[in-house]
Design a protein around this ligand. Structure first.
Ligand code: NZQ
Ligand code: ZN
Length: 393
C-alpha cells in the first residue's frame, strides 16, 4: 500500500432534526458570537434560519447574518463578510447551505484570523497558518465542502474562479439532515449527483497504482450513487435516497476515496472557466466535459478504464478497449439520464463558444502551457484545447 495522509476532523451529526443541536455544537467549539452565512433565501423560506437563530439564542450565543451568497460565490461578498465579522467580533462562522455558503464562510474565517491580510492572497499562494472555526448546516448534497479542505471563490473583477486547499479550511462540525434537502430543485439535485461522482472519479483516474482498499471504497461509492442518484432525482422527498446521496457527498470529497493517489482535478479546472465566465452551475460544468476528457485520455491507461467499466458498471467485456469505451459511454448516458448537459452546447444557453474563448480558457488552466493539467495524462495547452473543441458542440 502506498503512503497516504488522511485528516478528516469534522464532527458529523447526521439525521432527522439534527439541526436542533446547532447551539450545543457551536458552544462546544467555542462560539460566543456567530456570523451566520447563507445564500439567496432558501433557508429563509424553509424556516431553517429562524429555527437555528432560536437555537443559538437558547444557548446564549449572539449572532449576525450575512445573506446573499450566490452560487459560484464571489470574493467581494466574502470580503464584505470579513469586515462584518470583525466589526461584530465574531469568533465563529456558521454556514447554512451548500458549497457556496460554506466556501464563503471559510473565506470569512480566514479573514477573521488574519485581519491584516486580504484573503485573496491565500488563494494566490500565501501560506495559511490559521483560521477561525467554521460550522455547517448542509442543505444540498454536492460540493462536499462540509468536510473538505477546499474553498472555491470567484474574483468577479478578473473572472478567475480558484480553489484554496488547506486543512485549516476543514469545518469543525457538519450537521446533515437529509430532510433539509427536500426543497431542492431537481436541477440542483442532478448537479449534486454529478459533482459527488466527479470528486471520486477525478481521484480514481490517477497514475498511482495500488491501495486496493481505496479503489473498493471509490467503486462502492460510485455504484451507490448510480442506484440512489436517480431515486433522489425522481423523488426528492425519498429520505433513504437523499440520505445516501448526502453521506456520499461528504465521503467523496473528504479524500477517503483518493488515499494514496495523486491529487488532480483536471475536469474541475476546465469546468471552472464556464462557471467564472457564464455562471454555469458547477456540477453541470463537469458533466459537460467529463466524457470528452475521458475519451481523450483513456488510451493512456486502457486497463484502468476497463477495470472501472467492470467494477462500477458491471460491464462484462473481455476486450479492454471495448470495455473502456463502454464504461465511458455508460457514464455519459447516466449524466444524460439526469438531464445534465454532456457538451458545452448543452451547458450554455448561448450554445457552443468561440474558438478564441477556448484558447483563453486553455491558457488559463495550463498557465500559458507552463503547467500541465492533471496527472493521469498531464495535459498540455494543446491537449486541453482539443478536449474543449470536442466538447464544443
Ligand atoms: O442560495 P440559496 O437560496 O440557498 O439557493 C441555493 C442555490 O441556488 C440552492 N439550494 C441549496 N439548498 C437548497 C437550495 N434550494 C432549495 N432548497 C434547498 N435545501 O441551490 C443552489 C446551489 O447552491 P450552492 O451552494 O451553490 O451548491 P453547491 O453545494 O453545489 O456548491 C457549489 C459551489 O461549491 C464549489 C463549486 O465550484 C461552486 O462554487 N465547490 C466547492 C468545493 C469545496 N469547497 O470543497 C468542491 C467542489 O468541487 C466545488 O468546486
Ligand atoms: Zn466539484
Amino acid at each position: 500500500m502506498k503512503n497516504f495522509y488522511f485528516y478528516s476532523p469534522t464532527e458529523i451529526l447526521f439525521g432527522k432534526r439534527t439541526e436542533e443541536e446547532t447551539g450545543r455544537l457551536a458552544k462546544k467549539w467555542g462560539a460566543t458570537k456567530v456570523l451566520i452565512v447563507y445564500g439567496g433565501g432558501s433557508v429563509v423560506r424553509s424556516g431553517l434560519l429562524e429555527r437555528v437563530e432560536n437555537n443559538l439564542e437558547a444557548e446564549g450565543i449572539e449572532f449576525e447574518e450575512l445573506g446573499g451568497v450566490k452560487p459560484n460565490p464571489r470574493l467581494s461578498l466574502a470580503r464584505e463578510g470579513v469586515k462584518k465579522a470583525i466589526d461584530f467580533g465574531a469568533d465563529f462562522v456558521l454556514a447554512l447551505g451548500g458549497g457556496s455558503a460554506i466556501d464563503t464562510a471559510k473565506g470569512i474565517a480566514l479573514g477573521i484570523a488574519n485581519p491584516d491580510t486580504d484573503i485573496w492572497e491565500f488563494w494566490n499562494g500565501k501560506e495559511v497558518k490559521k483560521s477561525a472555526p467554521v460550522g455547517v448546516i448542509l442543505t444540498i448534497s454536492a460540493a462536499g465542502s462540509e468536510t473538505s479542505d477546499s474553498a472555491v471563490l470567484t474574483d468577479e473583477t478578473t473572472l478567475k474562479k480558484k480553489g484554496l486547499s488547506t486543512d485549516f479550511n476543514r469545518p469543525k462540525f457538519a450537521i446533515m439532515n437529509p430532510e433539509l434537502t427536500y426543497s431542492l430543485p431537481k436541477y440542483q439535485i442532478a448537479c449534486g449527483v454529478v459533482d459527488i461522482m466527479m470528486h471520486t472519479l477525478e481521484r480514481y483516474f490517477s497514475p498511482v497504482k495500488g491501495n486496493h482498499m481505496t479503489d473498493e471504497i471509490a467503486e462502492g461509492l460510485l455504484r451507490n450513487m448510480i442506484v440512489y442518484g436517480p431515486k433522489g432525482y425522481a423523488n426528492p422527498v425519498d429520505y433513504e435516497a437523499m440520505s445516501e446521496i448526502m453521506w456520499a457527498g461528504s465521503l467523496s470529497h473528504n479524500n477517503l476515496t483518493g488515499l494514496g493517489r495523486s491529487r488532480q482535478f483536471p475536469v474541475h479546472n476546465m469546468g471552472h472557466e464556464f462557471s467564472a465566465n457564464y455562471d454555469a452551475a458547477h456540477g453541470a460544468s463537469l458533466s459537460a466535459l467529463w466524457g470528452t476528457w475521458a475519451l481523450y485520455v483513456y488510451k493512456f491507461d486502457v486497463s484502468r478504464f476497463a477495470h472501472y467499466a467492470k467494477a462500477v458498471w458491471q460491464i462484462e467485456e473481455t476486450d479492454p478497449e471495448k470495455a473502456a469505451l463502454r464504461g465511458i459511454d455508460k457514464t455519459v448516458e447516466f449524466f444524460s439520464s439526469l438531464d445534465m448537459p454532456v457538451t458545452i452546447g448543452q451547458l450554455l444557453e448561448s450554445g457552443p463558444v468561440d474558438e478564441k474563448e477556448l484558447e483563453t480558457y486553455a491558457d488559463n488552466v495550463t498557465n500559458f502551457d507552463k503547467q500541465p493539467l492533471g496527472t493521469f495524462l498531464p495535459l498540455t495547452r494543446a491537449d486541453v484545447l482539443a478536449i474543449y473543441r470536442s466538447a464544443n458542440i
